[in-house]
Design a protein around this ligand. Structure first.
Ligand code: CA
Length: 223
């Protein structure tokens, strides 16, 4: 899961980024509205957290422009303005939810999970490859009847694989989706995490689902 945070206040942006990374999300930050819009339109994000008060373009302008260009990703608006007309305007413009500052990190996390769950439920409720099952809404993984415990990062990685079964995913694709824009394509972090994941889902089990495609990347497939 990759999240874009558009927030000019460094402290707030840093606090959100750090907290979300600890939960296993990949997080990019844009510090003004214009940069936020450009990044949002990249289309690689699962969720956008958008502050209303921003330099260059304010949050509502960003949101309006993003929706006008057919951006589909759920947007959670942040604001200090608690006035009801601001909320209505934000929701009318295409925001999916609203959070008034100051907020606790736990509240942010709860809203964000609700948005991702809603999205997962309208998309594909359960992801399945052979006897491997991933439940995005409840964040659970099973191989056959056996529950598999994954770290937040391993879960994010498996989620990405299970949304593209049978397709070869390169290290760059994986890095861009599961890590953030500081991802170094020369590092071996993708291989390291794929190996962790493989140990948990494939070790001692048949068939092996997560395979290396030499010189290309990795593929998750049932047969
Ligand atoms: Ca701000």
């Amino acid at each position: 899961m990759r999240i874009l945070v558009v927030e000019d206040e460094q402290k707030v942006a840093g606090f959100i980024k750090k907290g979300l990374e600890e939960e296993g999300y990949a997080v990019d930050v844009a510090f003004d509205g214009r940069e936020g819009l450009v990044r949002a339109l990249d289309g690689v994000y699962d969720l956008i957290i958008l502050d209303l008060n921003l330099p260059q373009m304010d949050g509502l302008q960003v949101l309006r422009e993003y929706r006008r260009k057919q951006g589909q990703t759920p947007v959670l608006l942040l604001t200090v303005r608690a006035a009801i007309e601001d909320k209505v305007l934000g929701l009318d413009t295409g925001a999916d939810d609203y959070l008034t500052k100051p907020f606790s990190f736990q509240e942010l996390l709860a809203r964000l999970r609700a948005l991702l769950r809603r999205r997962a439920e309208t998309g594909s409720p359960l992801l399945k490859v052979a006897d491997l099952t991933l439940d995005p809404a409840r964040r659970l993984v099973f191989r056959g009847p056996e529950k598999i415990d994954l770290s937040a990062k391993e879960f994010a990685l498996l989620d990405y694989f299970m949304r593209h079964p049978g397709r070869v995913l390169t290290r760059t694709m994986i890095g861009e989706h599961v890590w953030d824009y500081d991802f170094d394509p020369m590092s071996n972090i993708v291989d390291v995490y794929v190996n962790y994941l493989r140990k948990k889902i494939d070790a001692g089990r048949e068939p092996k689902l997560l395979q290396t495609v030499r010189g290309a990347g990795y593929v998750l497939q049932g047969d």
